[in-house]
Write a protein that binds this ligand. Structure first.
Ligand SMILES: Cc1cc2nc3c(=O)[nH]c(=O)nc-3n(C[C@H](O)[C@H](O)[C@H](O)COP(=O)(O)O)c2cc1C
Length: 357
């Protein structure tokens, strides 16, 4: 325990940072005084969505931003030092919380615990102009928000998501991930995504649960009973239409190192929290960006030739929709809109489980 409990207080809030599939790829080591170390690991060895650890690095960036915000609430400034000597797969970041005159609580800190992922359709009413402006400025210098809005573009994006989901639902590599990260029969989950937060109706959840007991069942359902149709309709097509807009967060300078992706993660978290502050729902749509990156890098992500071909086509469609340069600099994508928050959500591991002794 730190002398005055400040570090624990900050970390207890910061652990609510989002991470891909709620993996929380971080642990904390207390170093005495107002200092601690973040030990982060990526999940590339088992998660097809964590291409070269990028998704984990974005999550760690979101964690850093959340630490900075939680520190501001107690009028401290968080200073970060990334250890450049360790492998990218196991980042080590030293953090010091420093008292500095003029530090005041950042307004976004109030929304750390309320921020969450809503995977069900929102209202399709367009974004109000003042909301758009406040979100565009929340990401800070060096980042731009590209909007995909209006009925025609939203339709194109919804179709793209529907086709993209076919990749997700038909490759064994993704099946292995889904098996590991879904907690069945759950409204809340400390270390995974509860099935009730996936955005599926009860019948579809039941058939998905039955199928996911084995890869053979998934293949059977997909081949003979159009098994991907209802999940793609409910998780991709309808939410793709049911939103105010889709967005792509674009970095001015292509983030091609760890520091760049950590910085991008900080911008993602600011955008997400600014949505929460304005009562705007948010769902990341990161898998088109990820599969597109696999194609661009020429890295094979699956044994299925058909899925690789689908990803090549999806990338071509995404390029038309957002532009070649924007796609090359894209760090995050999602959809936002007005409407009620989710009834089911991911929780977090309690702080003692995240602290290294
Ligand atoms: C880098 C990153 C990528 C994510 N990608 C997706 C995604 O493609 N689809 C999705 O529904 N949620 C995605 N999420 C949301 C996480 O699943 C979610 O943040 C996590 O389960 C915790 O839940 P919460 O946001 O409700 O607290 C992503 C989150 C992060 C940080």
């Amino acid at each position: 325990m730190s002398e005055d409990g400040t570090v624990e207080q900050v970390l207890d809030r910061a652990r609510w940072a989002p991470s891909g599939d709620n993996t929380q790829p971080w642990r904390f080591e207390l170093l005495g005084g107002h200092r601690f170390r973040i030990h982060a690991h990526d999940t590339r060895d088992w998660c097809v969505y964590d291409l070269e650890g990028h998704a984990s690095q974005i999550a760690v960036g979101a964690l850093m931003e959340t630490i900075a915000l939680a520190a501001s609430a107690v009028k401290l400034e968080a200073r970060f030092m990334l250890d450049q000597t360790v492998a990218e797969t196991n980042l080590s970041i030293d953090v010091e919380l420093v008292a500095r005159k003029g530090v005041t609580p950042d307004p976004l800190q109030a929304f750390i615990e309320q921020r969450m992922t809503q995977r069900r359709p929102f209202s399709s009413a367009p974004l109000k102009d003042d909301h758009k402006r406040s979100l565009e400025s929340a990401v800070g210098p060096g980042y731009r928000v590209i909007w995909i809005e209006g009925p025609k573009k939203k339709r194109q994006m919804a179709k793209l998501l529907f086709r993209n989901a076919h990749i997700r639902l038909t490759i064994k590599e993704a099946y292995e991930v889904h098996r590991r990260i879904i907690e069945w029969d759950a409204q809340f989950s400390e270390d995974r995504i509860p099935d009730q937060a996936l955005g599926l109706d009860a019948m579809t959840l039941m058939s998905m649960r039955w199928a996911m007991a084995s890869w053979g069942r998934v293949q059977f359902l997909n081949r003979w009973l159009a098994g991907t149709l209802l999940p793609r309709l409910q998780m991709d097509l309808l939410p793709g239409l049911g939103c105010a807009a889709h967005f792509v967060l674009v970095a001015e300078h292509k983030p091609d190192d760890v520091a760049g992706r950590l910085a991008a993660g900080r911008a993602v978290q600011r955008l997400w929290l600014a949505c929460t502050a304005d009562n705007i729902q948010f769902q990341p749509e990161q898998t088109p960006i990820i599969f597109s990156d696999y194609v661009q890098k020429g890295i094979r992500f699956t044994a299925s030739d058909a899925a690789v071909a689908e990803a090549v086509q999806m990338r071509a469609d995404l390029t038309v929709l957002v532009g070649k340069v924007n796609l090359a600099h894209a760090v995050f994508a999602g959809r936002i809109g007005y409407g009620p928050g989710p009834a089911a959500r991911s929780l977090r591991l309690p702080l003692p489980k995240l602290l290294l002794s």
